[in-house]
Design a protein around this ligand. Structure first.
Ligand code: NAG
Ligand code: NAG
Ligand code: NAG
Ligand code: NAG
Length: 139
């Protein structure tokens, strides 16, 4: 009996920490479900593909200025998410909350960043997404 309980605990732990990497079309569907406007979807997909490769749990390397970037949208802990256990900074979230497979919090924060700075807030967009954008017509 103890073994069974332990087994289930391990399975639950494994599932809850499992990272999702979204394919291009999965990203399109996720973004649509979270209310991103249709005419900017290709930019968002391009941005995410370069920033995180579509992996929700990605934590970036420490930047030169000591900050770190988190999740699908690589949200920075200097201004936007709090790297403590208490929600804070401008998005009023913890950085852990923008790493989950449910992208609600990360999306709300990304929209806030976009509203303030546009796509230029992301190097991934600036450097890769101003020429050709991904084709999502089959999604
Ligand atoms: C994003 O682009 C940079 C080059 O500017 C590259 O080094 C990096 O590997 C790309 N990231 C992904 C996830 O494709
Ligand atoms: C720190 O560096 C990151 C990535 O290079 C950048 O996004 C962020 O704006 C920088 N923050 C400050 C305060 O310079
Ligand atoms: C949290 O982020 C701040 C600012 O980027 C940094 O100075 C600090 O070392 C970080 N703390 C942890 C626990 O990573
Ligand atoms: C931040 O979020 C918490 C819930 O996570 C909420 O109780 C609090 O009022 C929010 N603070 C601000 C300034 O929006």
């Amino acid at each position: 009996m103890k073994c069974i309980v332990l087994f289930f605990l391990i399975v639950v732990a494994a599932i809850s920490t499992e990272a999702v990497t979204f394919t291009k079309c999965q990203l399109v569907h996720e973004l649509r479900n979270h209310g991103f406007p249709e005419n900017k979807l290709r930019d968002w997909v391009c941005l995410i593909q370069n920033e995180s490769g579509g992996t929700t749990s990605k934590v970036g390397k420490v930047n030169k200025n000591g900050s770190r970037d988190y999740g699908l949208f690589q949200i920075n802990d200097k201004y936007w998410c709090s790297n403590t256990s208490t929600p804070g900074k401008d998005c009023n979230v913890t950085c852990a909350q923008v790493l989950t497979d449910d992208i609600s919090k990360a999306s709300a924060c990304a929209k806030k960043i976009y509203k303030r700075h546009g796509f230029n807030a992301w190097y991934g967009w600036r450097n890769h997404c101003q020429g050709s954008l991904p084709d999502i017509s089959s999604c």
